[in-house]
Design a protein around this ligand. Structure first.
Ligand SMILES: Cc1cc2nc3c(=O)[nH]c(=O)nc-3n(C[C@H](O)[C@H](O)[C@H](O)COP(=O)(O)OP(=O)(O)OC[C@H]3O[C@@H](n4cnc5c(N)ncnc54)[C@H](O)[C@@H]3O)c2cc1C
Length: 408
């Protein structure tokens, strides 16, 4: 962790999160979730809520701490060592809360945001549909107005918390004939309004979160549960992608760090050819690769957090933080397993669980291919904007022959 990045307030929150991870979450909970004996992250949410650790960026009167993104990424890196299911439970109030806090009415904030941050309500987000998750604006879940209600019909899949959440943040087409970016509304839908769960998935990792498919069949949602402007969910979606992706990156870095720490300690004890294996460069250098890559990823996560804290448009850096954070973690966990030889592949050590968990991090909250799509798009835009701002090094070529610059 880069403690030197943090001011006193940020550091205090990071320390609280670290203590929470160390003292309040039992190994038994982690094992039971991985074994599918528990299918909910609610135990973590209740404990973290009681300690005022959830939704830390949100105002104090809505159960938050009025902290910033920098403090949150530092804390989420710590929570990341618990694996993706528990860190997902920890960050969900921050993701759903971003929509409620910035776009929701005071009534919605009082009714949902505050008890969510307090760990009283357990929340989930329902964006992905069986038809596809990457093409968000192609949503086919429909919302049709009926007096002072909307009637929702459709399906969402891969929803963490499908099994046990009290309510869902749901995106649905409310203006199907409008342009895609003006066709979707965002709703708070309580399970009790008639949401049903059709299947809970068997997963490679990230187990125990009750990840399932939701069915909305004539679900009646009161008009006051629309978040933000009708048909204006585009803005909400864009904003929610900051916590989704930034915190995915931060949590993954934590998981990668945890794996490499286990392997590094192992390497100073395990002997081969009469020497501890850390003395073999083949071992210590892949550790160095992982440590350097995680440091680079963490730097990006913090830079993106600082940028968003300062009011900047973090679209490119946030996407990079997600992509680089998750890929560095994947590499670090693989290297950790390699450093440990066969025992790293067994359940004697937690590396295999980190590996199973981490694979998802490159898929959810927008695949890393979708991150590339965003990064290149933003980069070309920036390049265009910056034209003429700085020295054009193209003309420093030794023989800049314009005639030879044939662009086809
Ligand atoms: C365990 C788990 C938990 C999840 N939790 C949630 C949750 O709580 N809430 C929620 O709403 N969703 C959740 N998701 C869904 C997740 O975010 C999606 O799976 C992800 O966004 C990809 O969508 P998809 O699976 O439909 O793949 P698709 O969109 O079908 O994509 C398939 C492939 O095509 C590629 N692709 C698609 N379009 C493009 C393009 N334009 N350019 C380049 N490549 C492209 C993708 O990168 C991918 O490789 C979860 C998923 C899993 C597996």
């Amino acid at each position: 962790m880069f403690e030197f990045f943090l001011n006193d307030k940020e550091k205090a929150y990071w320390n609280e999160a670290r203590d929470f991870v160390k003292n309040d979450i039992s190994t038994e909970l982690i094992r039971d979730m991985d074994a599918g004996k528990i299918e909910t992250g609610r135990p973590l949410v209740e404990k973290a809520g009681a300690k005022n650790l959830l939704g830390a960026r949100f105002p104090v009167n809505y159960g938050g701490r009025s902290l910033n993104w920098t403090a949150e990424v530092a804390a989420v890196e710590e929570v990341g060592v618990l694996g993706t299911s528990l860190s997902c439970a920890f960050v969900m109030p921050s993701i759903v809360g971003e929509a409620l806090n910035l776009f929701g009415s005071d009534t919605l904030k009082e009714k949902y945001l505050k008890p969510t941050n307090q760990g009283i309500l357990y929340s989930a987000e329902a964006l992905t549909e069986p038809r596809g998750g990457s093409d968000f604006f192609g949503a086919t879940t429909m919302a049709v107005r009926d007096g002072d209600h909307y009637i929702l019909n459709g399906e969402k899949r891969f929803v963490v918390g499908a099994q046990d959440s009290d309510y869902f943040l749901v995106y649905a087409k409310s203006a199907p004939d409008a342009a895609p970016h003006e066709s979707i509304s965002c709703f708070i839908v309580e399970r009790a309004m008639g949401v049903t769960v059709q299947s809970i998935y068997n997963l490679l990792g990230t187990r125990g979160g009750g990840t399932g498919r939701l069915v909305f069949k004539d679900v009646k949602v009161p008009i006051e549960n629309v978040v933000g402007k009708l048909h204006g969910a585009y803005q909400i979606f864009n904003r929610m992608m900051i916590p989704e992706r930034l915190l995915s990156g931060a949590g993954a870095v934590g998981m990668g760090r945890a794996a490499i720490e286990v392997a590094a300690r192992y390497s100073t004890r395990r002997k081969a050819f009469g020497s501890t294996i850390n003395n073999f460069q083949a071992v210590s250098f892949i550790m160095a690769d992982a440590v350097a890559s995680l440091d680079a990823a963490r730097s990006l996560v913090f830079a993106a957090a600082r940028l968003v804290d300062s009011g900047g448009d973090g679209r490119r850096l946030v996407s990079e933080a997600k992509k680089v954070g998750t890929e560095s973690a994947w590499m670090a966990i693989n290297n950790a397993m390699q450093m440990m030889g066969g025992i790293g592949y067994t359940t004697v050590y937690p590396i295999e669980r980190f590996l199973r968990d981490c694979r998802l991090a490159m898929i959810w909250t927008g695949t890393n291919q979708i991150m590339n799509l965003l990064i290149q798009h933003e980069y070309y835009k920036e390049l265009n904007r910056k034209k003429g701002d700085a020295r054009d090094v193209e003309f420093d070529a030794i023989s800049p022959d314009e005639e030879e610059k044939n662009y086809g």
